[in-house]
Write a protein that binds this ligand. Structure first.
Ligand SMILES: CC(=O)N[C@H]1[C@@H](OP(=O)(O)OP(=O)(O)OC[C@H]2O[C@@H](n3ccc(=O)[nH]c3=O)[C@H](O)[C@@H]2O)O[C@H](CO)[C@@H](O)[C@@H]1O
Ligand SMILES: C=C(OP(=O)(O)O)C(=O)O
Length: 421
């Protein structure tokens, strides 16, 4: 059992180093398995539990992997991939396991998916993935728990996603890269991580156009080769550190953010947080009281659902009533009950939450129900009086690298503990 212990009250100050993006590196590990020869090198890899699970899963199907932690580098040799089975005991522990299917289909003619994990956020369907594979010529047997996808070669087709699924878009692009002919994916996801994956696949020899427009065209090629690629910065990790500065009345220089924080920045600015960019460094600070905010989550460029939970903590610390509308997942408000244990006043009604601030937060024993509710509770702990203990800390480790160490370097009083229960 991993748990985090946070004693609140310290303003965070200094330079925060933003990790590489979880939601880019996972599809990239899947993409690396498409190369039948050579070694792929991924740089700026976040050392998070999901990456460890992805390494285990790639090894389980026969890839040779070196994870060089201090260099944040992965070396992947997929030449000996030989097993089509994504074993349940690894695959059920993270969502990214679904991203291994296209490579197994192309390399071995089949993929046996014994389970797919990920944060428990209500319904998380995969129908767009499987319908897409079928349109490309695969046979998909959906059993109770195991899904068997078979194809003796895929052929390009026109595909349509009912909503712009993030991993769905990545999977169908990867499936189309080595299919015969042209594939068009309509209503494709626009997330920067998807564009980063397209960049990597393009270096590998894929012919992809239209990334970022919602209409992606892929011209199938004969083979893809191993390349070196640097994973883009994690905008969710960056958002969390910006919020940590905001709620503690601190001042941080974010290094490694690369891209702008977009709507998260605008929302925090409306709340009274100040941002200033100096070249590659993003400064964030907050002196006065926070103002309340309205948030509607959406696919990119809308407000990211993954930052909705941390933002709920910020809203609880704002002077006035904030409104949150969650439109992506039907079960992403488990945080409310935990925040209320700490003294917040959050009322949930279906997909909407009303957060009445500012109520003083007091340390309590709380539970992370998923990765982002976990990090939101860490934020609450930083601003609370007394000690907060967050159970199920593994979920935080799924997506944030060396969190306690990075926050301690900025003045936070936080420890990560491992115990028997
Ligand atoms: C590893 C990874 O990249 N995870 C991210 C990815 O998850 P993931 O790719 O699983 O999320 P999707 O974009 O696919 O899902 C969004 C919504 O679409 C629905 N849907 C999706 C696919 C499908 O075949 N059928 C269907 O109905 C889902 O139930 C959900 O309600 O995008 C989410 C939304 O930005 C983020 O919260 C996750 O951090
Ligand atoms: C939902 C998330 O991740 P995953 O899709 O990997 O479960 C998340 O990162 O908040």
């Amino acid at each position: 059992m991993v748990r985090y212990r946070v004693r609140g009250g310290n303003a965070l100050r200094g330079t925060a180093f933003i990790q590489g993006a979880k939601n880019a590196v996972l599809p990239m590990i899947g993409a690396a398995l498409l190369a039948a020869t050579g070694r792929t090198v991924l740089r700026n890899v976040p050392i998070i539990e999901d990456v460890r699970r992805a390494v285990e899963l790639a090894e389980a199907v026969g890839a040779y992997i070196e994870l060089h932690e201090s260099e944040r580098t992965l070396v992947i040799d997929a030449s000996r991939v030989s097993s089509p089975v994504l074993p349940a005991e690894i695959a059920r522990r993270f969502r990214g396991s679904v991203l291994f299917t296209p490579a197994l289909l192309h390399r071995l003619g089949e993929a046996i998916v014994e389970g797919v994990g990920g944060c428990n956020l209500g319904s998380r369907n995969l129908d767009f993935h499987y319908l897409g594979y079928k349109r490309l010529g695969a046979i998909v047997d959906e059993g109770e728990t195991v899904i068997h996808v078979k194809a003796s070669g895929l052929t390009g087709a026109t595909l349509y996603l009912d909503t712009p699924s993030h991993t769905g878009t990545e999977n169908l692009i990867m499936a189309a890269c080595l299919a015969k002919g042209t594939t068009v994916i309509e209503n494709a996801a626009l997330e920067p991580e998807v564009l980063d994956v397209i960049d990597m696949l393009t270096k590998m020899g894929a012919r992809i156009s239209g990334g970022g427009t919602g209409f992606i065209t892929v011209e199938g090629v004969e083979e893809l080769h191993a390349v070196e690629h640097t994973v883009m910065p994690d905008r969710l990790d960056a958002g969390v550190f910006a919020m940590a500065a905001a709620i503690t009345g601190g001042e941080l220089s974010l290094v490694g953010t690369g891209l702008d924080l977009g709507v998260v920045r605008y929302k925090l600015e409306q709340m009274g947080v100040e941002f200033a960019r100096q070249g590659a460094v993003q400064h964030v600070r907050c002196e006065g009281p926070l103002r309340p905010i309205n948030i509607i989550t959406d696919t990119y460029p809308g407000f990211a659902t993954d930052l909705q939970s941390p933002m709920m903590t910020v809203a609880a610390l704002a002077e006035g009533t904030s409104y949150i509308h969650e439109r992506i997942f039907d079960g992403r408000f488990a945080l409310a009950g935990e925040l209320n244990k700490m003294g917040a006043n959050v009322e949930v009604d279906g997909s909407r939450a009303v957060v009445r601030g500012r109520t003083p937060l007091t340390g309590a024993r709380v539970t992370a129900h998923d990765l982002r509710s976990g990090i939101a509770l860490v934020l609450a702990g930083l601003a609370a009086e007394g000690e907060t203990v967050i159970d199920s800390g593994y979920l935080i480790d799924r997506g944030h690298a060396h969190l306690a160490g990075r926050m301690r370097a900025l003045g936070a009083d936080i420890t990560r503990e491992i115990s028997e229960r």
